[in-house]
Design a protein around this ligand. Structure first.
Ligand code: 5GP
Ligand code: ZN
Length: 118
């Protein structure tokens, strides 16, 4: 069973922010912003590549409700999902990073020259 499946099963403890039948959100163990929450489907999908539009519809509502509840909806935030090796995905269970609580920086995505990439 993967790490986040174990968190879903409560075999590994996590600091839960929100939970319903299909989704779970918990604080990232190594926060990169004042707010750093991970939102996951309870069902195991390796990444965004594999998830269905139906599950994404639920995920959208789930994230929208969380940002309202923790009061970052208006101040702004970022939702990120890393996919595969170039995306920097470390945990192979689909998760959405919700980052906020401060003005976030933007940039330096690659050591390659961005102009030479496409
Ligand atoms: P990725 O790099 O796969 O997009 O992000 C994985 C995230 O999971 C990282 O931000 C990392 O800090 C977080 N993480 C890894 N292991 C654990 C854990 O056991 N508990 C929690 N709450 N977060 C974790
Ligand atoms: Zn899993």
């Amino acid at each position: 069973m993967c790490l986040f499946c174990k968190i879903v099963e409560k075999e590994i403890p996590s600091n839960i922010v929100a939970e319903n039948e299909n989704f779970l959100a918990f604080h990232d163990i190594n926060p990169k912003a004042p707010v750093h929450i991970l939102a996951i489907p309870k069902q195991h999908f390796e990444s965004f590549n594999d998830v269905t539009p139906e599950v994404m519809a639920g995920m959208t509502s789930f994230i929208q409700q969380i940002v309202k509840d923790i009061n970052i909806e208006k101040s702004g935030y970022r939702v990120i999902t890393n996919i595969g090796e170039n995306g920097g995905q470390e945990v192979k269970h689909l998760h959405f990073h919700i980052l906020g609580g401060a003005k976030l920086k933007w940039g330096h995505f690659s050591d390659s020259d961005p102009k030479g990439m496409f």
